[in-house]
Design a protein around this ligand. Structure first.
Ligand code: GDP
Ligand code: MG
Length: 163
């Protein structure tokens, strides 16, 4: 049984940035054609020798939060049905939003492991604001910077060890 990790969250939180980071080593080898990776939503990755598939969600992303709630629900539900683990990404710059809460309600119902990832924690000064997300009550809480890669190791150690 293969392990499938879905990255879900509102537009612009940094899902695709993390997705590309998780894939970059392999994609560099496999896809020599420029632009090939840009539109991909599935990719293979591995951590500590453990292989897994990553799903990037949010083909609807338009770079703003001005999207239909219904569309978010559909995308999240599709990813959740397919995934064995879920990375729920939020953005420290914007703080906790109503849409975050709605997405989290859907995820909680899935009974699959959910990793809350507070992204854009690029330096230690964002650690304190990131604690706002504790109120969701998620056990598996991580802060990271998809842009720099800092924090991704701790996240992947946990995700892979729960497979
Ligand atoms: P998506 O819509 O959730 O897929 O988000 P993207 O991956 O497209 O990222 C949205 C924007 O946030 C882009 O401008 C990224 O460069 C930026 N971004 C992503 N991750 C980080 C991060 O860790 N720190 C900062 N400062 N910016 C980030
Ligand atoms: Mg995206």
């Amino acid at each position: 049984m293969s392990n499938i990790v879905a990255i879900v969250g509102r537009p612009n939180v940094g899902k695709s940035t993390l997705f590309n980071r998780l894939l970059e080593r392999r994609e560099a080898i496999v896809d020599s054609t420029a632009g090939v990776t840009r539109d991909r939503h599935y990719g293979k990755s591995d951590w500590n020798g453990v292989d897994f598939t990553v799903i990037d969600t949010g083909g609807y992303d338009v770079g703003t939060d001005d999207i239909f709630e219904q569309e978010i629900r559909k995308q999240v539900q599709l990813a959740v049905d397919e995934a064995t683990s879920i990375i729920f990404m939020v953005n420290v710059e914007e703080g906790l939003t109503d849409t975050d809460q709605e997405i989290f309600e859907l995820l909680r119902k899935s009974n699959k492991p959910v990793y809350l990832v507070v992204n854009k924690v690029d330096s230690s000064k964002e650690e304190l604001p990131a604690t706002e997300f504790y109120q969701l009550g998620v056990e598996k809480y991580f802060t990271l910077s998809s842009a720099t890669g800092s924090g991704t190791g701790e996240l992947l150690d946990q995700v892979v060890s729960d497979f």
